[in-house]
Design a protein around this ligand. Structure first.
Ligand code: AMP
Length: 509
């Protein structure tokens, strides 16, 4: 089924779609987190009060505002308030190391960060103003939208800037507009589909773009959102308790989180909708989930084209797992190295065009023009397409099959990692001459990041390398294994032959 969404609907902003639901169901439960819950009207009062405060602090159309908050209702209130004030949010995740937080603040030029007072010790280094959301007086708020600073916001304004791993050593900020996300949300309402009676559990960190589905899809639909804490999302038993306690009907997660839930003994329900994405969905996991749930969907897409660009309802019974068809107003081309379309059935690189294509990388025009290129195939899709680096092919029935990456980007427990960034952080160590990263799956579902290190003199111990990386990279980018080598194996044309590098089990790590 091709979902039709009129282009005029893309003139809206995400905060306007949420306000429309407040008007429809003011007394409905909008959000639950821990022991706290808010109706749609209460949520609106909270975010409008904060938006007024933000405007008072000078936030206007195009302002970038940092969200350095624990997972909480405050976090939701903050992101919507930033939108209401015309700004866009940037989430320096409290879990990230100081160096990365400082880089994000400086790179995006943040001059205001919303935070919790108890996170003061973990605050990013930089010169910006801090707004401690828990110290604000609870203001009555008003449901009427206050005037914005300057011209009225539009759907072509930025909604968020998210940092993803960068192959040359520094993360890059992907800048998305409201209309990118609005198209996505309206398409998701149809497929996989969400209804006002649904209760969706949000488990994803705000710095991963798929959190956008979790936080906004329920609120633009009139459904209820349950925000899981960081610890609950990482612990299968607590996650299961949360799913059962709140009678959750929809959850989106990476394969790792689905495995945690299943290993904790979750029995599923006959009405449950499971969305799995972020990396390839393994066959064994798909078979289990199709027996536990009413529906299992494989979701595919990069941050640069707004969350998910295709989806596929996985049939029960072990049929091939595809990534499906493009979502509304989205075109996917499979092209060869000369950017010519290849026939159905032949693999090539996926290029994505359409309403989801981001504005580009923040302050990185060269990188933007390298990855966001002219679309010579269709005028209908807005003239630009994003080069994904993913290899795949079209099948005769119009479904897409994902094959592999064409470069050194990998996924570790659902997180996107450029091996180049890990390698570059390792070679910052004074005794590391060269480093190579690789992902090796020891057992199904157990992917390990392995670093091969060529040292200058005596090789640093694994603990020392780990400490060195901890100050530079988020936890998920730190290799589980460090293997010292005297030389790297080379291919006949002189490139490092990653496939010939020793296996961690053979290397005894
Ligand atoms: P991110 O920007 O973190 O969402 O990562 C996007 C990349 O993750 C894609 O370009 C793919 O390489 C990979 N990916 C996401 N979803 C899937 C999926 N369902 N199957 C295979 N790979 C996926």
């Amino acid at each position: 089924m091709t979902i039709q969404i009129e282009s005029t609907r893309l003139d809206q902003r995400v905060d306007e779609l949420i306000r429309a639901q407040v008007a429809k169901t003011p007394g409905g439960v909008a959000v639950i987190c821990g022991n706290e819950s808010l109706t749609y009207a209460q949520l609106e009062a909270r975010y409008e009060a904060l938006a007024a405060r933000l405007r008072g602090l000078g936030v206007h159309r195009g302002s970038l505002v940092g969200v350095h908050l624990d997972r909480s209702i405050d976090m939701l209130v903050a992101v919507i308030a930033i939108m209401r004030a015309g700004g866009a949010y940037v989430p320096p995740d409290p879990e990230f190391p100081a160096e990365r937080l400082a880089y994000m603040v400086q790179d995006s030029g943040l001059d205001l960060v919303i935070t919790h007072s108890w996170l003061a010790n973990a605050a990013p280094v930089g010169t910006y103003r801090k707004l401690e959301i828990d110290k604000l007086e609870t203001q009555a708020g008003t449901s009427a939208p206050a005037a914005t600073n300057g011209a009225a916001p539009t759907s072509a304004d930025l909604i968020y800037v998210l940092y993803t791993s960068g192959s040359t050593g520094k993360p890059k900020g992907v800048a998305l507009e409201h209309r990118n996300v609005v198209n996505f949300l309206l398409s998701m309402q149809h497929e996989p589909g969400l209804k006002p009676a649904d209760r969706l559990l949000a488990v994803t960190t705000l710095s991963f773009d798929i959190a956008g589905l979790e936080l906004f899809l329920p609120l633009v639909t009139g459904a209820s959102l349950v925000i899981g804490g960081r610890d609950e999302a990482a612990d299968g038993v607590r996650l299961r308790e949360l799913v059962e306690k709140h009678s959750i009907t929809v959850m989106q997660a990476t394969p790792t989180t689905w495995r945690l839930l299943i290993e904790a003994g979750w029995q599923g329900t006959s009405t449950f909708k499971a969305l799995c994405g972020g990396e390839a969905l393994p066959g064994d996991l798909a078979r289990t989930l199709t027996t536990l749930c009413a529906e299992l969907w494989n979701m595919y897409g990069p941050t640069e084209t707004a969350i998910w660009s295709t989806c596929f309802r996985v049939p029960a019974g072990g049929a091939p797992i595809l990534i499906g068809k493009p979502i509304a107003n989205t075109g996917i081309y499979i092209l060869d190295r000369s950017r010519r379309p290849v026939p159905t059935g032949i693999p090539g690189e996926l290029y994505i065009a359409g309403a989801g294509v981001a504005r580009g990388y923040l302050n990185r025009p060269e990188l933007t023009s390298e990855r966001f290129v002219d679309d010579p195939f269709s005028k209908a899709f807005g003239g630009r397409m994003y080069r994904t680096g993913d290899m795949g092919r079209y099948l005769p029935d119009g479904n897409l099959e994902f094959r592999a990456r064409a470069d050194n980007q990998v996924k570790v427990r659902g997180f996107r990692v450029e091996l180049g960034e890990v390698e570059s952080a390792l070679t910052d160590h004074p005794r590391v001459k060269q480093a190579i990263g690789r992902v090796i799956e020891l057992r199904p579902g157990d992917a390990r990041l392995v670093a091969y290190v060529l040292a200058d003199g005596e090789a640093p111990a694994a603990g020392e390398l780990r400490d060195h990386l901890r100050t530079r990279l988020p936890q998920y980018m730190i290799p589980q294994h460090f293997i010292g080598v005297d030389a790297f194996p080379l291919t006949p044309n002189g490139k490092v032959d990653r496939a010939q590098l020793p296996h961690p089990q053979d290397a005894g790590t």
